[in-house]
Design a binder for this molecule. Structure first.
Ligand code: CMX
Length: 441
């Protein structure tokens, strides 16, 4: 057992004892009442999950084990000569609950490098799909093909003790995180670069090597990938990709099955696919306006046109956040120091000044401010990664860090099969008229 795995086991045993104590002494404590509207409207605001890796504050944004994004950009180890945090360090933090040292991060980097081999049948499965297939479909097919390698599935089939589930899930987690950049880069090079694939560089960190395999050697792009992989990694447990991974994992589906399910959720336009939708929307706007820099008035008119067509403004709004997403701000800061004069970036900033008051006018949008997806595309285009249908795959590689660290915790804490109660509208009508009672069943 590696020392990080041993450390995780110690932490898990400690937390297990605390959870047992909480359940024994406070198991019947009510957390909150649930309204009928919440049940119909996406369970918004209902506390129904435990996720150890991060916690979202509506006004402040995400905190990973207590650390905000600006704090992480300071505190996490960096690549030699780099300024952005290494995602390996965030993974350690989410898994162990403590900031890593340089040696911990190097250990994870080399561990991931050693485990990154992807068997040929995974590439064959991707090759079997038409080239026109969306990259997110190729990605989930690749993950599903890789499921043949699940050590959890094998151990379960052989009949393992439930106390050891966490150990196999931990192995699958590291193997999957190690292999995802290879699969994602394969998809990119197959679809957009005539199948001219690039072999991994074992000397680079996880995100740096991913940038290299995608075909980008610019140090600025590597730094962007490190930041990108950190800020997209986790957003507490209720978002579609995290919740789905947790839900499917709760049936003891192995991490490959659970993560692929989560990625199908990330591929929805109200969630991760919004990153491609944003840049598509901006490029279309620029084209319709005749190219070049639009004025604020032109942007405002385009926003109103989008709304009048019954569409959402992509990259704006959030189910929980009520302020500008700090993940947007982190990207804005990156742009200010690396590419302040980029035309597309300046349009993103103009959109930021224009959209919120218009959404506020509608009177129904709870959060008119930008989310993480409002900025990412313009940065990628700057470095040449213009194929925006690929953007959600980048999000997915990053999201693996958070949802798989959480899955390790799910099994270490022995969390139950998820199975909330559902009712019919007929039942709701009877309930509001006092003819039936809510049951715990
Ligand atoms: N443009 C137009 N209308 C919007 C809007 C936007 N950006 N954001 C919210 N609204 C509308 C909703 O569609 C809803 O309208 P109806 O009542 O007519 O159905 C109303 O405002 C209230 O919605 P809400 O409570 O403010 O937001 P929700 O929690 O229901 O939805 C989200 C949140 C993100 C799906 C929504 O803001 C949205 O569709 N945004 C655009 C898509 C996007 O950027 N998604 C990415 C989110 C981040 C991520 O997961 O990656």
């Amino acid at each position: 057992m590696g020392y990080i795995k041993e450390k995780f086991k110690v932490k898990a045993d400690e937390l297990n004892a605390e959870v047992k104590d909480l359940l024994k002494n406070h198991g019947t404590t009510k957390i909150e009442d649930v309204t009928l509207a919440q049940v119909y409207q996406g369970m918004r605001g209902i506390t129904g999950l435990v996720t150890e890796t991060s916690l979202l504050d509506a006004n402040e944004g995400i905190r990973f084990r207590g650390y905000s994004i600006p704090e992480l950009r300071e505190a996490l180890p960096k690549a030699p000569g780099g300024a952005e945090p290494l995602p390996e360090g965030l993974f350690y933090l989410m898994l162990i609950g403590e900031l890593p040292g340089e040696a911990d991060v190097q250990y994870i980097s080399s561990l991931l490098g050693r485990r990154s081999h992807v068997p040929n049948h995974v590439f064959d499965a991707i090759e079997a799909l038409p080239i026109s297939t969306h990259p997110m479909t190729m990605f989930t097919v690749g993950i599903m093909a890789l499921q043949t390698e699940s050590v959890f599935a094998k151990a379960y089939a052989e009949g393992t003790n439930k106390k050891d589930y966490w150990s196999y899930v931990y192995e699958d987690t590291l193997n999957l995180i190690a292999r995802l950049p290879r699969i994602a880069a394969y998809i990119y090079r197959r679809k957009y670069k005539n199948g001219d694939h690039i072999q991994p560089n074992g000397m680079l960190d996880w995100a740096g090597n991913f940038a290299h395999m995608l075909g980008y050697s610019d140090e600025g792009f590597r730094e962007l990938m490190r930041l990108y992989m950190v800020i997209h990694a986790d957003h507490e447990g209720g978002n579609v990709s995290a919740h789905t991974t947790h839900l499917v994992g709760s049936a003891l589906s192995d991490p490959y099955l659970a993560f692929a399910a989560g990625m199908n959720g990330l591929a929805g336009p109200l969630h991760g696919l919004a990153n491609q939708e944003v840049i598509k929307w901006i490029l279309q706007m620029r084209e319709e306006l005749g190219g070049g820099m639009p004025t604020k008035e032109e942007i405002a008119a385009y926003v109103r046109k989008t709304l009048s067509e019954g569409k959402v403004v992509p990259g704006y709004g959030h189910a929980v956040l009520r302020k500008t997403d700090p993940r947007f701000t982190a990207q804005m800061e990156f742009a200010k120091s690396h590419l302040p004069n980029d035309e597309l970036v300046r349009i993103v900033w103009m959109v930021y000044e224009t959209v919120p008051p218009i959404l506020q006018e509608l009177g129904k949008v709870k959060n008119p401010w930008p989310n993480v997806d409002a900025h990412s595309g313009a940065l990628l285009v700057h470095y040449g990664l213009v194929e925006y249908e690929f953007y959600t795959v980048l999000f997915g590689v990053s999201r693996a860090l958070g949802v798989l660290a959480s899955l390790c915790w799910d099994r270490a804490l022995g969390l139950s099969l998820e199975r909330p109660k559902s009712v019919t509208t007929e039942w709701m009508k009877l309930f509001v008229n006092g003819k039936v009672e809510a049951s715990a069943e």
